[in-house]
Design a protein around this ligand. Structure first.
Ligand code: ITT
Length: 205
């Protein structure tokens, strides 16, 4: 981080994404592309340990992840914790989205469990919620992005990851896995949270 005497503000030169999820890294790097900041991720630092996501909230996990990476590397860090919140399931799987189908859960087994839990359920309303935490210079800032939609009755599409093959965003008739990646980035939970992160970082320059 540098101090700019003319503007009397802090500038970020590099940002480390506090994740080893390759799908997230790709999406976040695409979204942060035009910021003019070098964006690396935990994949580039093998010495980093995995952070246990044991907080009861998305915000708690997001803060834990970026705090660890920022402290370990001495660099600004950005994390993302995302949950799929399904109305008919009282907000589940939510913060447990990654391990919904139990130990050894995969994207596929989680989607299968979700479809079977919603079998014969007409209320298919759901939302993806991302909480991002940015650690800069010892300070944490959080941002939230939400996209509302519905859970389809069967999987469709090969793009995206996680629950994308069964999530149809409002205003569309196709799942995130069928829609172009650029469109997902534009309207998604992650895209909306990152837009706020970009505005915040740009304001620091
Ligand atoms: P981290 O290293 O960043 O923690 P993770 O895979 O554990 O990666 P999360 O806990 O934030 O990520 O996400 C929980 C799960 O939610 C994830 O495993 C996916 O199944 C799902 N998910 C997250 N973002 C998604 C997206 O954009 N589209 C579809 N599913 C998503």
């Amino acid at each position: 981080m540098l101090f700019s005497p003319e503007k009397k503000t802090l500038m970020i030169k590099q940002l480390v994404l506090a994740t080893r999820n390759k799908n997230k890294v790709v999406e976040m790097q695409q979204l942060l592309h035009h910021l003019g900041v070098t964006v690396t991720s935990a994949l580039d630092y093998p010495q980093l340990e995995d952070v246990e996501e044991d907080a009861p909230t998305l915000e708690g996990n997001a803060i834990k992840k970026c705090n660890y990476v920022a402290a370990a590397l001495g660099l600004p860090s950005l994390s993302d914790d995302t949950g799929l919140e399904v109305e008919a399931l009282g907000g589940a799987p939510g913060v447990y989205s990654a391990r919904y189908s139990g130990p050894g859960a995969t994207y596929q087994s989680n989607v299968q469990k979700l479809l079977s839990e919603l079998d014969n359920t007409t209320n298919r309303n759901a939302q993806f919620r991302s909480v991002m935490a940015l650690s800069i210079d010892g300070h944490i800032h959080t941002f939230e992005g939400i996209v509302r939609g519905e859970i389809s009755t069967e999987e469709a599409g090969k793009g995206g990851f996680g629950y994308d093959p069964v999530f149809i965003p409002h205003g569309y008739t196709k799942t995130f896995a069928e829609l172009p990646a650029e469109l997902k980035n534009e309207i998604s939970h992650r895209g909306r949270a990152i837009a706020q992160v970009i505005e915040f970082i740009a304001g620091l320059k």
